[in-house]
Design a protein. Structure first.
Length: 186
């Protein structure tokens, strides 16, 4: 008897769920609009009465403000999120030959995946770039390079990299960032 009850409940429950969901389908066709905040309702009604209030224009203004805050708008290379856009763009461009593992524009961190020149290469590299400052300065970017070499057993082993390699990559990024800034001024 217990097995029969379980079997019936397994048949009936999905049917009840389908019936319940199908009865809610009338909400798909409903024209749902978000109500304005209460403190602005009187002002908006007065503007509507005078024919001045345009909710679409207000929404466009809000979206533009949000977009400008994220992208930097007219901030001369600074973004609302604390990362210099020229450095961000230059870093992505300079590291574009390597596959990206992660890119966080809010934190200013770009991490590449391991990269080797060829499949037979005995060494591979990974780069982590930190965009630290809002201004285009030498100390606004920090690049760390990690290296692995293949030993005789075909295993990848960590190897210390030369600090000069990190400095050369930082210099290349800074040079590109300056170029982008000059292009933006013109």
């Amino acid at each position: 008897m217990n097995i029969i009850n379980k079997f019936i409940s397994l048949l009936i429950m999905p049917c009840l769920c389908i019936i319940t969901i199908s009865n809610c389908s009338y909400l798909e066709d409903a024209d749902i609009k978000r109500a304005p905040p209460q403190e602005d309702l009187a002002i908006q009604r007065e503007k509507e009465r005078r024919g001045v209030y345009d909710p679409e224009a207000e929404e466009q203004t809000l979206l533009k403000g949000l977009f400008d805050n994220i992208t930097g708008g007219d901030n001369k290379g600074l973004t609302g999120i604390g990362v210099n856009t020229f450095l961000w763009r230059a870093t992505l461009d300079r590291l574009s030959f390597m596959p990206l593992e992660s890119a966080d524009p809010f934190g200013g961190v770009i991490i590449t995946d391991w990269y080797a020149n060829s499949e037979t290469s005995k060494e591979k590299f990974k780069i982590v770039a930190y965009i630290i400052g809002k201004e285009l300065k030498v100390n606004a970017i920090k690049v760390s390079v990690f290296k692995k070499i293949k030993n005789d057993n075909d295993e990848w082993v960590d190897k210390k990299t030369n600090e000069a390699l990190s400095n050369k990559i930082e210099d290349a990024i800074l040079t590109s960032a300056r170029k982008y800034k000059i292009e933006n001024i013109n």
